[in-house]
Design a protein around this ligand. Structure first.
Ligand code: APR
Ligand code: ZN
Length: 260
């Protein structure tokens, strides 16, 4: 399908849709300066994810030190990043009453910064902007823990039980948040359009959401700068920059007025 045909098809689906479920991945934040995971230069080209699994974090002080070294490098980038046109386009979908639910795999809080309401967001892989103790669950201030690590406390312990602090993200091998995962699949089943933006769609269960949506009768649009394994399910795929594609899509659908 030629690009303009795909854009026209996507715009007509979006114009008619009433219950849009959006799924975003790290590709929606690269234009805000946050590297993704699997593009050249992405996080997994610099670190081996198999060394950062949850069971290794629990068992090994060395893994916790490595984990906090990476988290301390990336936290200021996430904290200081600004939303881009793709995040703002999702917020505009909520303003025009079309957003059923946003499921994000991202842990950077940029959808909230762009104005999407908390109650419309499922952070299915948690958040890097929060820290909890994996032993007693006590929440800790992310900024305060960041300062402790910068001061040399390379694997910070819990203020309450002395246990192991970890950013509140879901690591490989860690249990998925049950309520959030159920809500995400419920939305996939009840939406009339699923819009995927900036994900390689290789990590389950999130990568199963497009299949669930299409099984439930929804149409699927994928906005991504490379092909994904789910493109065959899509009514339209838009390549190139997520920010540009989403701005073009909202304009063509006549929804850019809500693009405040
Ligand atoms: N515009 C459009 N697409 C982009 C852009 C951009 N500016 N930048 C990157 N992409 C695309 C990449 O080509 C890639 O296909 O976004 C996708 C990002 O894929 P990943 O890096 O695999 O990120 P994601 O799909 O979110 O990964 C899912 O894997 O490691 C875990 O927990 C981590 O949540 C993450 C999960
Ligand atoms: Zn504790």
């Amino acid at each position: 399908m030629r690009d303009d045909d795909a854009l026209e098809k996507a715009a007509s689906l979006l114009r008619r849709a009433e219950r849009v479920a959006v799924l975003t991945g790290a590709g929606v934040s690269t234009e805000s300066g946050i590297p993704d995971f699997r593009s050249p230069g992405g996080l997994w080209s610099r670190y081996d994810p198999s060394k950062l699994t949850f069971d290794k974090f629990v068992a090994s002080a060395d893994t916790r030190r490595l984990y906090w070294e990476i988290a301390t490098e990336s936290y200021p980038v996430l904290r200081d990043a600004e939303p881009n046109a793709a995040h703002r386009a999702v917020a505009a979908l909520e303003r025009c009453g079309k957003l059923l639910l946003l499921v994000t795999q991202n842990v950077d809080g940029l959808h909230q910064k762009a104005g999407t309401s908390d109650e419309k967001i499922i952070e299915i892989h948690g958040s890097s902007l929060r820290v909890t103790c994996i032993d007693c669950g006590a929440p800790h201030d992310r900024e305060e823990v960041h300062a402790r690590v910068l001061d040399g406390d390379v694997a910070p312990g819990c203020d309450h039980c002395g246990g192991r602090l970890k950013p509140a993200t879901v690591s490989f091998g860690q249990a998925m948040p049950e309520r959030e995962t159920l809500a995400a699949f419920q939305a996939a089943r009840s939406c009339d359009l699923m819009l995927v933006i900036g994900s390689s769609l290789v990590v389950y269960p999130a990568a199963g959401l497009p299949d669930e949506a299409v099984r439930g009768g929804a149409s699927l649009i994928i906005v991504n700068n490379e092909a994904t394994d789910k493109d065959h399910l899509a009514a339209a795929t838009l390549g190139g920059s997520a920010g540009e594609s989403m701005s073009l899509l909202l304009r063509r659908a006549g929804l850019d007025g809500a693009d405040g």
